[in-house]
Design a protein around this ligand. Sequence first.
Ligand code: KG4
Ligand code: ZN
Length: 339
Amino acid sequence: MRVLGIESSCDETAAAVVSSDKEILSNIIYAQIAEHQPYGGVVPEIAARNHLTYLHQVIERSLLEAELTLTDIDAIAVTAGPGLIGGVMVGVMAAKAMAAALDKPLIAVNHLEGHALTARLTDDVPFPFLLLLMSGGHCQILLVKELGDYEILGSSIDDAAGEAFDKVAKCLDLDYPGGPEIEKLAQQGNEARYKLPRPLIGREGCDFSFAGLKTAARNLILTAEVQSIQDKADLCASFQAAVKDCLVDRLQQALKHLPDNVKHVVLAGGVAANQYLRQALTQVCKEQQKIFVAPPLKLCTDNAVMIAWAGLERLKRGWVSSLDFQPRPRWPLTELKNG
Ligand code: KG4
Ligand code: ZN
């Protein structure tokens, strides 16, 4: 079986074709970075208009690269939320139109489930597994029991980790998206230079909090202390180290109460592209005899391969959507339907 995936929930216009034997036949992403960079973040209206302009070209390229035509595709999977609703609607309308015209099954995919299941495509991770989902808008630790069956063990009580990276980067006048920029600059920095808080560390439970850390970093930047490039690099390194300590502590908390049959820990979402964080979490898992998995970098940030794959997992179980499903700006993983 071959599924065409479509992703348009943020600022990446993406289409991909994936087969049921786990072959990525194409992976096309038009990242709208240039359009949003002048504003230092994603402008929802601009994102939606760009999806409308570029989506059909991106879909055509994904078929061309896969050397397939639409008639060779067995189903169409599309991000139906959560996300910026204008963009989600563009993708959903395109997918509905194609499914209706071609008389093919349509699968409404939860974007977060796309991130969650990528490690099953790339590393054959079995259910159940522990998931650290760290993206621009979401920050959660979940137990993934089965397809569509998620238990939230903890989540951020304020900012998501990616959001904190982006906001600190903006204060430092770095380019958008901020995560990769902070990671790059941090490589030349001294992480012991600035003392920053580690919110919630040592507390019971698996919740996160990044607002206090972000504000502390911003306050430092606003003082005269952070001036030179070296100061900025030191600030990036100190901030990244604080995020790392928070993630390590929260993971350790989650591992304390994990059922014995959970052998795998998966890091997913855009922040999972961060090598420094990956290394720290790999070490924790090694110490606790768990297998750490993070998808290849290009499948961590938003893409349509993950949507096609999540669609395939659902299609294999016969879980398809009707043409009248509604896109959802908010859609927690705990509200997924099985079937
Ligand atoms: O999953 P994603 O591509 O989009 C959402 O669904 O939100 O995640 C984007 C987030 C942004 O906040 C971006 O700054 C962050 O992931 N990110 C990173 C890195 N690459 C992307 N954060 C830290 N280090 C990175 N290397
Ligand atoms: Zn995402």
